[in-house]
Design a protein around this ligand. Structure first.
Ligand SMILES: [Zn+2]
Length: 169
């Protein structure tokens, strides 16, 4: 089922999510909904808090669903390694219409459970490392805007507040 994606200002996006304790049928359904919602958006990644579930799960597919093997599901992910730094423009399904340059690791290794509860370790560089850090941030209640400082951030937040006031957010 495609679920509504929460936007900047919706509280679940700004709070840390909890570990998944058991891979129940409800969790499988949540993961299915996340994948479906990500593809429909379309986006290359989605974290559970973005659809209002305060749980440490994210899904990533850099191919936007074009390559079956590219779909990754991470439950209770943690970083094993992070190194280097890249600066690129970044956006988020929860902050539609806005982009900003964000510093991210050049390479990141994530360890977590897949949807069957099996442990997996995946190394990402460039865009995948960026996506890992972006989605992990969602699980900690952070949006990319929280990693942007100064005038750029103030400007975006001001525009979002205005959109919110006029019922367009
Ligand atoms: Zn995002």
């Amino acid at each position: 089922m495609i679920r509504p994606i929460l936007k900047f200002g919706d509280q679940p996006l700004h709070q840390p999510a909890a570990d998944v304790r058991e891979m129940t049928a409800d969790m499988q359904r949540l993961i299915d909904d996340m994948v479906e919602t990500m593809y429909a958006a379309p986006g290359i990644g989605l974290a559970a808090p973005q659809i209002g579930a305060a749980l440490r799960i994210f899904v990533i597919d850099l191919s936007l669903g074009h390559k079956a093997d590219d779909l990754m599901v991470f439950v209770n992910p943690t970083f094993v390694e992070r190194e280097g730094m890249q600066l690129e423009e970044e956006g988020c399904l929860s902050v539609p219409g806005f982009n900003a340059t964000v510093a991210r690791p050049q390479r990141a290794v994530v360890k977590g459970l897949d949807r069957d509860g099996q442990e997996r370790v995946v190394e990402g560089t460039d865009l995948l490392a960026r996506a890992f850090q972006h989605e992990m941030d969602h699980l900690d209640g952070l949006l990319f805007l929280d990693r942007v400082r100064g005038i750029k951030r103030d400007l975006i937040v001001k525009k979002i507040r205005k959109l919110t006031r006029t019922g367009k957010w």
